[in-house]
Design a protein around this ligand. Structure first.
Ligand SMILES: Nc1ncnc2c1ncn2[C@@H]1O[C@H](COP(=O)(O)OP(=O)(O)O)[C@@H](O)[C@H]1O
Ligand SMILES: *[C@@H]1O[C@H](CO)[C@@H](O)[C@H](O)[C@H]1NC(C)=O
Ligand SMILES: CC(=O)N[C@H]1CO[C@H](CO)[C@@H](O)[C@@H]1O
Ligand SMILES: [Mg+2]
Length: 464
């Protein structure tokens, strides 16, 4: 029966084809599954972002829905992810208690609202004693976590920051620390990003200044409540960086990451560069100290004893620029993030970077081209006054205008010292012209020297 045999053969071929198709299908599904699922790059740690997010959310009664990597962190020591989650409405969460029936029914009928959050996962190797940049970075993540868990919840609603949802901070056997933190996703309320290296518009600049004056003003009278021995010293001095110790640390003794004590290498390079217009900043001015050192010693918050800026010290953000803020659609509401360098300092130190890197030049200088030397012009003054008035109101503290301007001028000189040793960007012409003007003022120099003396610079073995 050839027909039958033929049929059998066809059946066999069909069967083979079906099996082949099935195998192909399985392979294809796997392929698609791998590439369409949440992106999970291999982590240097034991736990993936997804695992960490899942367990942190579970503790908050939330179920993880998706994980999207926004960026990997410096040197691959972690990543920032946008995650989504829904409330956990499984009968397990309520079913075993005495409240029965209705709870499960009502939660089943409520729509499961998907919320998005930001996960910051950090798994760096242990800090090395003499690697300044590396140590600075690792300490900065601990500082940021302290800020979100302990300080941010104290802020009133008119000084918005992301909300802390959950976090872990675990020492690892290798001496390093694993950190993870989930905070609220600010883009839901503040959809406009400050953008890279860009200047803000006038509305955004005013809103950012108002946020800063409120933030600085809020913390100013509260600084005495901080435990000074828990402040994080400059990276090279912060020798003991094991996990146990970090649990007792709070924010930086000196906010920011450009102050002289942590930029000695860059300073030495500037001091060796006799061609640079700004080399004189490093030249001996009074006894064996340079202008840059005199200014830095005045601006430096002290762990013990008294300093000339003591009564004016507040918490500064430490990295104020357009890339670290979001605004509302209108630009009238601003929120800052990236609190890795939050610490003590004068509020004007945040403003020096902000004016240089994120304020449009035409808001602070009228003349074109920008003159070689420049006194404070009306635009700059208006912005500073706006900040100063609100700072005093928020803090309830006194701040004499002349003292404020003196602080501002020191902050400009200090910020220029960093840029001159590291590279200029932003409103460089304005900054250089302002500092040329300030340095010509002998009365200003005498005041700085006087302050440096009371700061105990003389008789101090180690410079800032
Ligand atoms: N709370 C948040 N809401 C929304 N996006 C955030 C939030 N925190 C951080 N991001 C996003 O992650 C990026 C990096 O975060 P950031 O804290 O500035 O770290 P980095 O030290 O890498 O600058 C930001 O540019 C921003 O796009
Ligand atoms: C301040 O912090 C140190 C170090 O953690 C601690 O030993 C000390 O008890 C704290 N002081 C106060 C007043 O809390
Ligand atoms: C209330 C209750 O029974 N909760 C349980 C839900 O399920 C988790 C894990 O399966 C348990 O750990 C809880 O105890
Ligand atoms: Mg940032």
């Amino acid at each position: 029966m050839p027909g039958l045999i033929g049929l059998r053969q066809t059946q066999r071929q069909l069967f083979r084809l079906t099996v082949l198709c099935a195998i192909l299908q399985v392979l294809l599904l796997r392929y698609v599954g791998i590439f369409s699922g949440p992106q999970l790059p291999t982590m240097p740690s034991e736990q993936s972002a997804q695992e960490v997010a899942y367990s942190l959310l579970a503790g908050q009664g939330l179920v993880l829905k998706s994980v999207d990597v926004l960026q990997t962190l410096w040197a691959g020591y972690g990543e920032i992810c946008r995650i989504t989650a829904t409330p956990n409405v499984s009968p397990n969460s309520s079913g075993t208690t005495s409240r029965t029936g209705s709870t499960a029914a009502s939660s089943a009928s409520t729509p499961q609202e998907v919320q998005s959050y930001i996960l910051k996962l950090i798994t760096p190797p242990p800090a090395k004693a003499n690697n300044e940049g590396h140590t600075r970075k690792i300490l900065s993540y601990q500082v940021e976590q302290y800020f979100y868990t302990t300080l941010a919840p104290q802020l009133p609603p008119h000084i918005p920051v992301a909300k802390h949802i959950a976090s872990i901070h675990e020492p690892r056997p290798d001496g390093g620390v694993s950190m993870a933190m989930i905070i609220s996703d600010l883009r839901q309320t503040y959809p406009v990003a400050g953008e890279k290296r860009d200047v803000l518009n006038q509305i955004q600049v005013h809103a950012a200044l108002d946020w800063l004056s409120s933030f600085h003003g809020f913390w100013w009278p509260r600084i005495p409540t901080l435990n000074r021995s828990q402040l994080v010293r400059p990276p090279l001095q912060e020798v003991n960086t094991d996990g146990q110790d970090a649990r007792h640390k709070s924010v930086w003794l000196n906010g920011g990451y450009t102050y002289l004590a942590t930029r000695r290498t860059e300073y030495a390079n500037l001091a060796a560069d006799h061609e640079s217009e700004w080399w004189p900043l490093t030249d001996w001015e009074k006894d064996e100290f340079s202008v840059a050192e005199l200014v830095a010693s005045v601006l430096e918050p002290k762990q013990e004893g008294w300093g000339p800026i003591e009564g004016y010290t507040t918490l500064i953000h430490g990295d104020v620029k357009s890339e670290n803020l979001f605004t509302s659609k209108s630009g009238e509401e601003v929120v800052f993030y990236d609190f890795q360098y939050v610490g003590l300092g004068l509020g004007v130190c945040d403003l020096a970077k902000f004016f240089t890197c994120s304020v449009p030049l035409e808001m602070i200088v009228d003349d074109r081209p920008v003159p070689w030397e420049l006194a404070m012009q009306d635009g700059e003054k208006e912005l500073l006054e706006r900040y100063w008035v609100r700072l005093k109101k928020e803090s309830g503290m006194e701040y004499d205008w002349a003292i404020f301007v003196n602080h501002w001028e020191m902050a400009l000189v200090d910020w220029l010292r960093f840029q001159a040793s590291w590279g200029f960007w932003g409103n460089t012409e304005w900054l250089e012209a302002r500092v040329r003007f300030i340095l010509k003022n002998e009365k200003w120099k005498d005041a700085v020297t006087g302050n440096a003396m009371t700061a105990g610079l003389w008789g101090k073995k180690q410079l800032p």
